[in-house]
Design a protein around this ligand. Structure first.
Ligand code: BDR
Ligand code: CA
Length: 310
């Protein structure tokens, strides 16, 4: 079992990623969930992580949720209610959390968990802006050798979704992204190039709804609500679940080791991930950039696992 920490800003697709992780205890040892401001402010992403943990049943309750950073390192926070609704989980129709978050700031929790791990002992999975992770790396660089790899959702091999140049997570906190991409540990970048291919078919979404479980109903509600236009696809792309799916089924994905540079300026290129796909810059590579996924198989396998949750 791979020891894993998920840093997240739920967000519907974050919610599905968390549920897939909860449904994969045989493969993943989920040590903690840390939250960050992103899709909605951090008080709400924390409440949402707790609501999703409640949904995942009694066994999930053992996974601590720690609230994290309230905004990016330098830029003011920009949120995405226009995509995910006022509470970040529109369509899920979930009750308020049964319990509060665990004591201790997310950044402290990341540092403590990494320090307690053996060398190459923990995989970090950021699904939102990279603020918590960047702070952890800056506060405690001694944690880096403990990090086996960072498998993150962020960036774009192609057009952005927040701006023409940038994907949301990197756009929101490009300085944090620059720190993480420069940290020297193995990075797998699951950007829009691949995640926009990860659309469940209508038939697959209907099957999730027909599971007859609370989880199935919540996911079905989130994936059938109207989605704003102009975001690159007609269906609901499962950006963040691709990260968890990559841990479970790497054979469904293909990509290339590349040098990736983050644009940190405040102009129209803010948050752009410049990906040297063809190695023109002759720079040392710093990320495995994933470009394709076998989406049909991914959703078949995902539905099988989600069916095991309450
Ligand atoms: C990313 O932005 C967020 O809105 C989603 O949760 C995902 O992490 C996609 O650009
Ligand atoms: Ca997210």
């Amino acid at each position: 079992r791979e020891a894993v920490l998920i840093d997240t800003d739920p967000g519907q697709d974050d919610a599905v990623a968390l549920l897939l992780a909860f449904a994969s205890r045989d493969r993943l040892d989920l040590r903690a969930i840390t939250t960050v401001a992103g899709n909605v402010p951090v008080a709400q992403t924390t409440a949402n992580a707790l609501r999703i943990r409640d949904l995942a049943g009694a066994e999930a309750a053992a996974v601590p949720v720690h609230a994290g950073t309230e905004g990016p390192l330098l830029f003011p926070l920009e949120t995405a209610e226009f995509v995910c609704g006022p509470d970040g989980l529109a369509g899920a129709d979930l009750p308020p959390p049964a319990r509060e978050a665990s004591p201790g700031h997310a950044v402290e929790a990341i540092i403590a968990l990494c320090r307690a791990a053996p060398a190459d002992g923990i995989t970090l999975c950021p699904l939102g802006p990279l603020t918590n992770l960047a702070l952890a790396v800056r506060l405690a660089p001694d944690i880096l050798p403990k990090v086996k790899r960072i498998v993150l959702m962020g960036g774009a091999l192609g057009l952005g979704n927040m701006t023409p140049a940038a994907e949301f997570n990197v756009h929101v906190d490009p300085h944090a992204a620059a720190i993480v991409f420069g940290c020297g540990r193995p990075i797998v970048m699951m950007g829009l190039g691949v995640t926009l291919q990860a659309i469940a078919s209508h038939e697959q979404v209907a099957r999730i709804g027909a599971l007859g479980t609370a989880t199935g109903r919540a996911i079905h509600g989130m994936l059938t609500r109207p989605r704003p236009g102009g975001l690159g696809t007609a269906g609901h792309p499962m950006h963040d679940p691709c990260v968890i799916a990559f841990l479970l089924w790497p054979e469904l994905f293909a990509g290339r080791d590349c040098f990736v540079e983050i644009e940190t300026g405040a102009g129209s290129l803010r948050g752009r991930t410049t990906i040297d796909w063809n190695g023109r810059l002759k720079r040392e590579t710093n990320a495995h950039v994933v470009a394709t996924v076998e989406a049909t198989t991914l959703f078949e396998r995902m539905i099988e696992r989600l069916a095991t949750l309450p």
